[in-house]
Design a protein around this ligand. Structure first.
Ligand code: 3PG
Length: 404
């Protein structure tokens, strides 16, 4: 259970908000503002309550202060997202930040420079966390997508100031809770992507939780190979065939049905519009590679979803970046979105390539929820406790009052 910003009396108070504005950028310009836009609600609501809102975030993985990771480029898109001027300080602690904050008025919003310019941030150094805490009266964590990091601004601060979850953190936790912790059954999970080796813990956790585990992408090749099929030149982790068989066994014991493609799209090379053919999984030619699930497999998954209540999606079903090997991902994503529109299926997607794959399929605003998180979403699917979330947990009686 976690406290939200609803009951906090923040008028005239300095509120430190840890957001995750780690957005893609090119040539000094932000190329995708999704994380900024989705962080805006918390900042707008706190400012409307009269708080002096101080935004902390990281950007990239700098080794100490590196100009190319300066967050100054975020000021303008953030100002657009919150609909007001955003003040800026060149450091997240010390005299520069203190001066800026001292000059703030109720309802103002300020952004501080990259917390990772201080190596103490990633070490969760107590003195650094204390220096950050000295700048605020409250701490709001709105960065679910960085909650798998036990850093000073994502974990340490929660122990030093009255803390609560921001709106985006709240939305992520509520959506993810509905999808896997207390889901409406039957539950299906689609797990795709290139390699089984990166998702072993995730598969192990999911087979114990879902009714159907649909495996796609390069990962499916390893499972097909483990079942004795020939996969030609396909991406395949042959050394993990034994592990794949263990996962299949674990799934059987947990009454989870693993669903693999029955037909696949093969080509001679990994290239856009490469000559291709649909073949059964028993007939993959030696000189070809599997680049997508076939139409019969996509149709079977779409039919299966009609009988499900909840779908968790992580990873594409094929090489979705290059046409025409995006067809299975698109077809299943659109079928899932249509079931969601009818009110029959709760759809939650996230992690890595998933958001781009679902956006390419044109369903990014048609799923029940799409997480802003990459690594944190994967760790959550693995069943791990995220330190940034754990630090926000409070006793039920603390939630009822402001507790602060
Ligand atoms: C992300 O983009 O997944 C988060 O911002 C975390 O970034 P990190 O992997 O550099 O900690």
């Amino acid at each position: 259970m976690f406290r939200t910003i609803d009951k906090l009396d923040v008028k005239g108070k300095r509120v430190l908000v840890r957001a995750d504005l780690n957005v893609p950028a090119k040539d000094g310009k932000v190329t995708d503002t999704t994380r900024i836009d989705r962080s805006a609600a918390t900042l707008i609501q706190l400012a409307a309550k009269g708080a002096r809102v101080i935004v902390l975030t990281h950007f990239g993985r700098p080794k100490g202060r590196e100009d190319k990771y300066s967050q100054k480029l975020l000021v303008e898109p953030l100002a657009r997202a919150v609909g007001k001027t955003v003040a800026w300080a060149d450091d997240c602690i010390g005299p520069e930040a203190e001066k800026l904050i001292a000059a703030m008025k109720d309802g103002d919003i300020a952004l501080l420079e990259n917390v990772r310019f201080h190596p103490e941030e990633e070490k969760n150094d107590p003195a650094f966390a204390k220096a950050l805490a000295a700048l605020g009266d409250f701490y709001i964590n709105d960065a679910f997508s960085t909650a798998h990091r036990a850093h000073a601004s994502t974990e340490g601060l929660a122990h030093l100031l009255p803390a609560a979850a921001g709106r985006l953190m709240q939305a992520e936790l509520e959506a993810l809770g509905k999808a896997l912790e207390m889901p409406e059954k039957p539950v299906a999970a689609i797990v795709g992507g290139a390699k089984v080796s990166t998702k072993l813990d995730l598969l192990g956790n999911l087979v114990a939780k879902v009714d159907y585990l649909i495996i796609g992408g390069g990962m499916a090749n390893t499972f097909l190979f483990a079942q004795g099929k020939q996969v030609g030149k396909s991406l395949c982790e042959k050394d993990l065939a034994g592990t794949a068989r263990e996962i299949i066994k674990k799934a059987e014991a947990a009454k989870c049905r693993i669903i693999l493609p029955t037909d696949v799209v093969v080509a001679g090379e990994f290239a856009e519009n490469a000559a291709n053919a649909v073949v059964g999984v028993d007939a993959v030619p030696e000189d070809k590679m599997i680049l997508d699930a076939g139409p019969a497999s996509a149709e079977a998954v779409a039919r299966l979803l009609e009988g499900c209540k909840t779908l968790v999606w992580n990873g594409p079903l094929g090489a979705f970046e290059i046409a025409p090997f995006d067809k299975a991902t698109n077809a299943v994503a659109q079928a899932a979105a249509a079931l969601t529109a009818k009110g029959g299926l709760l759809t939650v997607g996230g992690g890595g390539d998933t958001v781009s794959a679902l956006a390419k399929a044109g369903v990014e605003d048609k799923f029940s929820y799409i997480s802003t998180a990459g690594g944190a979403f994967l760790e959550w699917l693995e069943g791990k406790e995220l330190p940034g979330v754990a630090a926000l947990h409070v006793q039920p009686d603390q939630v009822r009052g402001s507790g602060c």
